[in-house]
Design a binder for this molecule. Structure first.
Ligand SMILES: C[S@@+](CC[C@H](N)C(=O)[O-])C[C@H]1O[C@@H](n2cnc3c(N)ncnc32)[C@H](O)[C@@H]1O
Length: 280
C-alpha cells in the first residue's frame, strides 16, 4: 500500500509497532473523560480511543447482547480454541471477554490505531502473557505477527470501514491463517434493505436507546455531539469511511474466499453475526 492511501485513512504510522503487554508498567492509567479536540495529524480512531468506551452505550447500546451471543458461539466450539485472532480489537473489550472465557487461549489482537492499542494494552493487564497486540492496517501484511495456526477468528464492527474490494481480499487472507476446520465469528454493521415501516421502528428504537444512554452519562450529549462532528469532518477529509455491505454480499464473499457454512446467525438493528468455517 502506498503512503497516500495510509494517510487517507488516517493511519499515518505505516511502520508496524509490535508490543506485548509484558513490557508495560503494571500501574493502570486513569481514564480521561474530558472531550479533547483532535490534533490535525491524528486519525479519527486515535481521537476516538480515549472516548470509545464512554461512547459505547450511546453509539452501540446493544453491543453486550450481541457479544454475549458471539461468546456463546465461541464457547460452543469443540475442542476449546487455543489460538484466536481478534481483528480490529479497538480498546480490547471483546478481547478481554474472550480471554475470560478461554483462560488457556492466546489472542493475537490487531488494530490500525496506536491509541486504540495503547488503551487495549492498559485494559488487558490481567492477561499479559496471553496476548500479542500488533499495529497493522488490515490491507497491509499482518500475517507474520501470528506464529501459530489460528483456531478461531473473532471480529466486531471494524471491517465495514474497508472498501468492498479490500474486504473481499482480507477474507481470502483470513482463511489462510485459519487451521482447517477453524471458525470465523464475524460481527459487523450492515446495509439492510428493510421496508420503510420496519426501518422507522428500528430507528425509533435506536433513538430511544441512545437517548436513554445519554441520560446516564454526565457528558453524554457533549460526547455524542463531538463524535458526530469529528466523524463527519474526518469523513469529509477522506480520513474515515464506512461502507457496510448487504448480508447477501457478506455470505457470497465469505463463500468466494473458500469458507463453508457461511450464514447469518444473529442480528439486531445495527449489527449482524455471521459464522463461517474453513473446510477440514
Ligand atoms: C468500531 S471500532 C471496533 C473495535 C472493537 N472490535 C470493539 O469491539 O470495540 C473499529 C476499529 O477498527 C479499527 N480499524 C478501522 N479500519 C481499520 C483498518 N483498515 N486497519 C486496521 N484497523 C482498522 C479502528 O482503529 C478501530 O479500533
Amino acid at each position: 500500500m502506498d503512503e497516500d492511501k495510509d494517510l487517507i485513512d488516517g493511519f499515518f504510522c505505516p511502520s508496524r509497532i509490535l508490543f506485548d503487554t509484558n513490557t508495560v508498567n503494571a500501574s493502570r492509567k486513569s481514564r480521561k473523560s474530558k472531550v479533547t479536540a483532535p490534533d490535525p495529524s491524528q486519525g479519527f480512531f486515535d481521537w476516538l480511543a480515549p472516548h470509545y468506551e464512554s461512547l459505547q452505550p450511546i453509539i452501540d447500546p446493544t453491543r453486550f447482547q450481541t457479544q454475549s451471543v458471539l461468546l456463546d458461539i465461541l464457547n460452543a466450539i469443540e475442542p476449546s480454541p487455543k489460538s484466536i485472532l481478534d481483528l480490529g480489537c479497538g480498546t480490547g473489550t471483546l478481547t478481554a471477554q474472550v480471554l475470560e472465557l478461554l483462560p488457556e487461549a492466546h489472542v493475537f489482537a490487531i488494530d490500525g490505531s496506536i491509541a486504540m492499542l495503547e488503551t487495549a494494552r492498559d485494559n488487558l493487564l490481567d492477561f499479559t502473557d496471553q496476548i500479542t497486540l500488533a499495529k497493522a492496517d488490515f490491507r497491509d501484511p499482518w500475517e507474520d505477527v501470528i506464529d501459530r495456526p489460528i483456531d478461531v477468528i473473532v471480529h466486531y464492527t471494524a471491517l465495514h470501514h474497508l472498501p468492498h474490494n479490500a474486504l473481499r481480499e482480507v477474507y481470502t487472507r483470513l482463511i489462510r491463517v485459519l487451521e482447517p476446520g477453524g471458525w470465523f465469528i464475524h460481527g459487523d454493521i450492515l446495509e439492510e434493505r428493510m421496508p420503510d415501516p420496519v426501518q422507522q421502528i428500528a430507528t425509533n428504537i435506536r433513538n430511544f436507546q441512545r437517548e436513554s444512554a445519554i441520560l446516564d452519562l454526565s457528558n453524554g450529549e457533549e460526547l455524542l455531539d463531538r463524535f458526530n462532528e469529528i466523524r463527519d469532518a474526518s469523513a469529509k477529509a477522506g480520513r474515515f469511511t464506512e461502507t457496510p455491505a448487504m448480508p447477501e454480499q457478506q455470505i457470497a464473499w465469505l463463500t468466494e474466499a473458500g469458507f463453508e457454512f457461511a450464514t447469518r446467525v444473529f442480528q439486531d438493528w445495527q449489527v449482524s453475526l455471521f459464522l463461517a468455517r474453513k473446510p477440514e
